[in-house]
Design a protein around this ligand. Structure first.
Ligand code: SF4
Length: 361
């Protein structure tokens, strides 16, 4: 890239709604000079505001089982980590957590689990479908499910039980890197999860991790792959080294890498939902992520309920900093408001209608 002029040309192109090439995406991802960074974030914010105004959506997080049959190299909850925090919430606890999150004002309940062997056990996912049905009976907000990989024939049943969103992060779209990050897992089967979910009329989320050995070209490629998938929500989250894992002593990327990726995602995916996760830097990282173009606050967790986060299992949780009440104070300072619930429900319904199935919110 030849400095400011080239940056301006690409930013202008994205403002006009034109498709960026892989090289242009990579050039934007490489920006680190402060004036160009300001312009990048400014443009990403303008694009976000064009489509979503100053409203954000808040997602409540219920990590209901931290047991997992897999051994992802980066993950605190990998099977081999004997020092991990393991629990399974009971039905009553899952309902209570979901209901209290709804009452606190979130727009969505994100039901997340590791690939718990008790659920991924060949009984046709009856337990998982029952959990979804139970939560759907208890709350009126949309439900996202993040259960790991499931067989294709399960998606219709999950939809019928009340799932609106299916989240499953590839973390990278470089197959060699995928093999290192997710040993003994099938790249194509995982990628298909998003396609199968959408074929069943669900909305889908895809995501990547920043700082796990990927190149700038890999990040650009992921942004293009996500465009091709036509998923509805896309995320980028910084890798945070976890104790007692193979990547415990890896050096993470500076957070600016995540912020730049979020901004470029916003330019390439102007109308999609992009989360600012509280899991990486807690509440203090919220403003920089919203300023980079994010429009969803994820991983809102009620305090004192024995719940864990994913990337950082304790960060800001038990002191209540990740509650809606506290987040709203921060939003006010940033000139951003929590969207009315009806806005979100309408958006989810509209998007599902476009996918040809609007009957199950
Ligand atoms: S990332 Fe998910 S699938 Fe992998 S070990 Fe962690 S909980 Fe299990």
């Amino acid at each position: 890239m030849n400095g400011d002029t080239d940056t301006e040309i690409i930013l202008q192109k994205s403002l006009e709604g034109k498709q960026l090439t892989l090289q242009e995406i990579e050039a934007l991802l490489s920006i680190r000079e402060s004036r160009s960074l300001d312009r990048l974030f400014q443009t990403a914010r303008a694009v976000k505001e064009r489509h979503f105004g100053n409203k954000v959506f808040l997602y409540g997080f219920v990590y209901f089982s931290t047991h997992c049959r897999n051994n992802c190299s980066f993950c605190f909850y990998r099977r081999s980590n004997s020092e991990s925090v393991r629990y399974r919430k009971t039905d009553e606890e899952i309902i209570e957590l979901s209901s209290s999150l709804q009452d606190s004002g979130v727009h969505l309940i994100d039901l997340t689990m590791g690939e718990d062997p008790i659920i991924h056990n060949g009984d046709h996912y009856r337990r998982l479908i029952d959990i979804v049905q139970m939560v759907d009976d208890a709350v009126d907000v949309p439900i996202m499910l993040s259960p790991g990989v499931v067989p294709r024939e399960i998606f219709d049943q999950l939809r019928d039980a009340g799932v609106d969103w299916f989240a499953c992060y590839q973390e990278t779209h470089n197959r060699n890197l995928f093999r290192r990050l997710r040993p003994n897992q099938d790249y194509d089967f995982r990628l298909s999860q998003k396609k199968w979910a959408m074929e069943s009329g669900l909305l889908a989320e895809e995501g990547i991790m920043i700082g796990v050995g990927e190149s700038q070209r890999d990040r650009a490629h992921s942004i293009e792959v996500m465009k091709g998938l036509q998923v509805d929500q896309i995320r980028a989250m910084s890798f945070v080294p976890q104790n007692n894992t193979p990547m415990a002593s890896d050096t993470p990327s500076p957070f600016i890498d995540e912020l730049v990726t979020l901004a470029v995602m916003r330019l390439v995916h102007p109308t999609k939902l992009i989360p600012a996760s509280l899991d990486i830097e807690g509440v203090k990282g919220l403003s920089s992520r919203l300023d980079a173009g994010a429009n969803v606050v994820t991983s809102i967790i009620p305090p004192q309920k024995g719940l864990a986060g994913v990337a950082q299992h304790e960060l800001d949780i038990d002191d209540g900093s990740r509650s809606v009440e506290q987040i709203e104070d921060s939003l006010e300072d940033l000139g951003v408001i929590r969207a009315p619930l009806s806005d979100y429900i309408g958006l989810v319904q509209d998007w599902k209608d476009v996918k040809g199935n609007g009957a199950n919110s």
